[in-house]
Design a protein around this ligand. Structure first.
Ligand code: SF4
Length: 266
């Protein structure tokens, strides 16, 4: 427990939250193989029946299934290259679409079958998403960036209401909100402390930022990334020395780096 005289020191003892892209990549390989075999299976079985309708129909179906399989396997190869080498021969926003809309649900399904903890898949997904957002190479005006923080980052005994107006924070140093405000002032980016996912989504709809830096737990970040696509979001997993939803923390240096990545600031 913290008392009023203790100063918040960050959360170095927090859980080791750095991924882990290996799980996602392994599942990606398994899924790509499953797609390949599945494609062959779905081509082979109806082939017998289709041939009786028209001799060319099996080839037509085969071509369609081959195209879909190549598309999915090509995306898997791209994501793997991005994860391992940190670069790709060319970038297309379609690959991030595939990661968010196709591979994540596939990986969660495959992970469920193989009994891989969902949180591992989410961490790897978050890391890959961040890599792809950086690969976009787009730079945004700082005033069009929004930092979204969950209210559980606030010191539990702080009586100041920061969810309406973060500027109410007195910067006493017992939690990281004061440090985040300094970053917000230094770079000229907006900072919002949200009471929940719905409020965060509403804030994004109202402010219409060009890009977002979001801090939360893996589950909230993953659902937020899915909901906010195609908005570029750099997601940062919070620290949880006292468990979920209570006096959580964030590495300020990571937030600063994310601002630099998105704004191109020095
Ligand atoms: S919100 Fe501001 S005033 Fe309240 S504990 Fe955190 S740093 Fe101190």
């Amino acid at each position: 427990m913290f008392n009023d005289t203790e100063k918040w020191q960050g959360s170095p003892e927090s859980i080791a939250y750095k991924p882990g892209k290996g799980v996602f990549l392994a599942l990606l390989a398994v899924s790509a193989l499953a797609v390949l075999f599945g494609g062959f299976f779905f081509w082979y079985i109806p082939t017998v029946g289709l041939r009786s309708i028209h001799p060319l129909l099996p080839y037509l179906l085969g071509a369609v299934l081959l195209a879909v399989s190549l598309f999915i396997i090509g995306g898997a190869a791209f994501i793997t290259s991005a994860a391992i080498r940190g670069r790709v021969p060319f970038y297309s926003s379609r690959f991030r679409w595939m990661l968010v809309k196709v591979y994540l649900p596939l990986m969660v399904m495959a992970g469920g079958i193989l009994k891989i903890p969902k949180i591992k898949i989410e961490r790897a997904f978050i890391e890959l998403n961040n890599q792809m957002v950086k690969m976009m190479g787009r730079k945004f005006r700082p005033e069009k960036l929004l930092i979204l923080m969950p209210h559980c980052i606030q010191y539990d005994n702080c009586k100041i209401k920061v969810t309406r107006n973060v500027r109410n924070c007195a910067g006493c140093g017992k939690c990281e909100i004061g440090g985040l405000l300094s970053l917000s002032d230094e770079f000229g980016v907006s900072l919002f402390i949200s009471t929940g996912g719905t409020v965060a989504r509403r804030k994004v709809l109202e402010d219409r930022p060009d890009a977002v830096i979001a801090v939360a737990c893996e589950r909230d970040l993953t659902s937020g990334l899915q909901d906010s696509y195609p908005l570029p979001v750099i997601a940062i997993v919070n620290k949880r020395p006292r468990g979920y939803c209570m006096e959580t923390g964030v590495a300020l240096e990571e937030v600063k780096q994310a601002i630099r990545d998105l704004a191109g600031a020095a």
